[in-house]
Write a protein that binds this ligand. Structure first.
Ligand SMILES: NC(=O)c1ccc[n+]([C@@H]2O[C@H](COP(=O)([O-])OP(=O)(O)OC[C@H]3O[C@@H](n4cnc5c(N)ncnc54)[C@H](O)[C@@H]3O)[C@@H](O)[C@H]2O)c1
Length: 261
């Protein structure tokens, strides 16, 4: 099925310097979108933008920290001046701090919420304000299956992702009157720098797939990690015309790991 409604649209993707955000930028640029790639990692952005352009895509990189609401607001205005009205927003920037609750620091908790929930709020608000008068737009937030399934050593992350998912549903409800759809994609373990840093140097993906009963993790029924592209394909569907009657939905892309409870 060919996705429509993406070609020539200005698409703002956060977290675009690597991993899932970079894969979203690549798939949407491949479908003809004009990508505004946003991340706090300027060097990574430059590499991604150069790759997209080499593949024939239209993309520009915009370094910003999504936690800085004033900078985000100014940047969204600048993107519209330079590239045109933003039709699609994908919130993929995120951070992961692991640790048992009794060991988590204030800094880890605050940074987790500042990026994963605050960043989604800052960027979505700035973009939604501009989409409303145009009565057009689609927003997807990349949350996590940890938002719906309790996980040991992931309390801050899981709670921040539950916050971003519920925020996105509420936003979808408020914006539905204006013809703007808001959805969530909830990945499970996906082969990106974030997962690799959690698993460590001698990463054993087999263990993730098999599960860890001592940590109450059941593993991945489809018996493989997601690739960033698997998640990006789900995002592309939700922002396309083909999902024109889908809003406030949470699409899990986790190989069945949440056992769909
Ligand atoms: N990889 C997984 O297993 C997995 C599973 C579930 C959900 N997710 C979510 O998917 C999204 C992408 O994850 P990933 O695995 O590609 O992670 P990643 O760490 O590989 O990439 C995240 C990107 O976000 C950027 N970023 C972080 N904080 C930022 C900030 N304050 N301002 C601007 N940019 C910032 C980073 O620079 C990085 O480029 C995240 O929201 C993550 O929580 C990932």
């Amino acid at each position: 099925m060919e996705l429509t409604g993406i070609e020539s649209r200005v698409v703002l993707v956060t977290g675009a310097a690597q991993g899932i955000g970079a894969a979203v930028a690549e798939i949407l640029a491949g479908a003809g979108a004009h990508v505004a790639a946003v991340d706090r990692n300027a060097e990574g952005l430059a590499t991604v933008v150069a790759k997209l352009e080499a593949e024939g895509g239209v993309a520009r990189g915009y370094p910003v920290d999504v936690c800085d609401s004033e900078a985000v607001d100014a940047l969204v205005g600048r993107i519209e001046d330079e590239q045109g009205p933003i039709g699609i927003l994908v919130n993929a920037a995120g951070v992961l701090h692991t640790g048992r609750v009794v060991e988590l620091s204030d800094r880890q908790w605050n940074e987790t919420f500042s990026v994963n929930a605050g960043g989604v709020f800052n960027v979505s608000r700035a973009v939604a304000r501009r989409m409303i008068p145009r009565r057009f737009g689609a927003i997807v937030t990349v949350a996590s299956n940890a938002a719906g399934v309790p996980r040991t050593e992931m309390a801050a992350y899981a709670a921040s992702k539950a916050a971003s998912a519920q925020f996105t549903r509420c936003l979808g409800l408020e914006l539905s009157d204006h013809g703007i759809r808001c959805n969530i994609v909830s990945p499970g373990s996906t082969d990106t720098p974030m997962l690799r840093s959690m698993l460590g140097e001698d990463a054993d993906a087999g263990q993730v797939i098999e599960g860890t009963p001592a940590a109450y993790r059941v593993g991945i029924p489809l018996r493989k990690l997601a690739q960033p592209r698997d998640v990006a394909e789900a995002v592309a569907y939700l922002v396309s015309d083909q999902a024109g009657h889908v809003t406030m939905h949470d699409l899990y892309v986790d190989g069945g790991a949440a056992l769909h409870v």
